[in-house]
Design a protein around this ligand. Sequence first.
Ligand code: M6R
Length: 610
Amino acid sequence: MCGIVGYIGSKNCVPILVEGLKRLEYRGYDSAGLGILSNGKSTIVKKKGKVSELEKIIDGKNLIASIGIGHTRWATHGLPNEINAHPHPNSDESILVIHNGIIENYRNLKTLLQKQGYEFKSETDTEVLAHLIDSFYKMGNTLFKSVRLALAEVEGTYGIAVLSKNEPDKIIIAKHGSPLVLGLGDKENFIASDINALIGHTTRVVYLEDGEVAEVYNDRFYTKTIQDEEIKKEVFEITMKLDAIDKNGFDTFMLKEIMEQPESVLNSMRGRLLFDEGTAKLGGLEEVIEKLSKAKRFIITACGTSWHSALVGEYMFEQFLRVPTEVEYASEFRYRNPIINSDDAIFFISQSGETADTLAAMKEAKRKGVLCLGICNAVGSTIARESDAGVYIHAGPEIGVASTKAFTSQLVVLALITLLIARKKDLSLIDGQNIVKEFLTIPEKVKKILLLNDQIEKIADEFKHVDNFLYLGRGYNFPVALEGALKLKEISYIHAEGYPAAEMKHGPIALVDENMPVIFIAPKDSTYDKIMSNIEEIKARKGKIIAIASESDDRIDKIVDYTIKVPDTIRMLMPILTVIPLQLLAYHIAIKKGLNVDQPRNLAKSVTVE
Ligand code: M6R
C-alpha cells in the first residue's frame, strides 16, 4: 500500500519522481504528490486521483529541483482527497513527510501535539509525524536525530521519507514494517518502496530493515537504528530489466501477465527438475531439506490468491507426503496464538513478500522457533529475506493488482517442493520421473489454453451483465473455484462465490435459477463422476453452466451450456491449467464493463497494512 520514491543528485528530480510513482502506482492510486526543495524553498504538489492527474498539474509549473520525494497513496486514514494526500508538511512547510503504513498511536500523539499548539489540516495519521519531527527539530536536534527521536515515540508501521529545507542536502528515510530500498547511483541516490522504481537508474541497492533510519546524501549514506546504534549495510546487485515492468504492447498489465504464463511457469521450473533422479532441485531448501522431510506437520499461511495456492499445496502435501497440512489465513494465524510444535514446518506464500499479515505471521512463528520457509516472487522482499529458507517462484514482476502469473508459478513451486520431499520419502524413481515428464509438458499446455482467448471472450460477452456467479470445483480444483471467484469479483465487481461442488447442496443451491451462471471446474479426474452429478443438480434448476473440462471429455458438452476444454495432466498440476480460462473470463468481463483491470477500485497490489 502506498508507493514512496525519492531522489537526491544533480538531475532534475521531478521527471524521475513522476516516472518512479508511475511504476509504483500499483501499490495505491487514490492520490499522489511530490515534495521538492530548491533555492531555499519547499514546494508541494498534490492531486486526488492517479499519477497521471498529478503529472498534468506538474506540467504547467516548470518545477526544477535536485532533491525531492514522491508518494502515491492508498488511503488508510481520511478520504482520498488533496488535503490527505502526501507529502504532509509541518506548520511552516520547512519539513515534508511521506509515509506508508499506519501510526497506531497517532490519536494520542495528535492530542499531545495539539496541546503544544500544533494545528492539523488533514485527517491522516502521517501529519502527526511531520509535527512530531518538527517538535524535536525545534529543540535544536538535527533532522536525522529529530526523525529518530520522533520514531521512538511511534507505535505502528512505517516506511517514511523526510525532507527539510533547512538541511537541503539530505533525505532521511526510516522503516518499520513497510518496505524501503535505497538505490545507489553515481553522485546520486534513489529511494523507493520497491526496486521497480529503481530499474534503469541503478543496479546497486540497500534494503532497509525494521528499526533502521538512514541519512541519504547524493554521494553517501549513513544508517543507524532508531536507538542510535550505527549499522553497516550490505549492498546487493539487482538484475531486473526495464522490459520486465513494461506492458510490452499489451493494453493492460493483467493481460500481459496472463499471456506470459507459458514463460513464467517455465521460469519457475527452469533448472529445478532432475529427470535422472526423478526429483526437484531447490537450492533455497538445501540446508533445511533434512529437517523439512522429517516435519510432522506442515502449516501454509498466506492471504488472498496466495492463500488459494496454499490450499492447492495442502492437497499436494497430503497426497504425496502423507503429512498433515493446515492452511491458515495469515491474518488469523498471527492473532490466535497458534499451537506450533518444534517439528512443524511453516510455509509463508506471498507474491510481494511484503504483505503485512503474512509477514507478521512469520515473525510470530519465528518467535516460537519453528522452521519458517518463504515462497515469494519479489526478489529481496522482506519475507524472502527474513525467512529461514525458501524458494523464489521467478514469475517476474507482477504489476496488475489481480494476481495471475504469480498464482500459477506458486503452484509450480509447491509441486516442486512436493516432488523434492516425496522423493526423500517413499515416492519411487519411476513415479518421480513420470512427474518430471509431466511438469515439462505444462508450458506448452498453458500456451494451448491461451489460444482459447477468443472463445472465452465470446462467453464473457454473454455474461457481462449478470450480478452473481457461482464457481464450483472438487479436490484440487476447489481452490481453483475460489481463485476464479476472487478474480471475477476484484476486477469486475460482480459478486462471485467459490464452493466445493458438493457443498452447494447445503445452501448455495437456493440461489440457483435461470439467471445464475455456475462455473464448474470439472476435469476428468477421480472426482469427475461426482461433479457430473452436481452439474445435473444445477441443470435441473435451470442454472446456466460453463464447464472447464478435459479435452478428452465429450460427454460434458451435451449437458452444459458452454465448455472450455483444457489439456489433461496429473491431478497435482491440473490447477495450473484450469485456472487460466477463469483468469481470462474475469479479464474479458471486466474489460467489457469498461473497468480498469490493472487498478481496480479500493485495492492495492501489496497490502502492507493490517
Ligand atoms: O503479495 P501477496 O501474495 O502476499 O498478496 C496477497 C493478496 O493481497 C493478493 O493475492 C490479493 O488477494 C490479490 N489482489 C489477488 O488477485
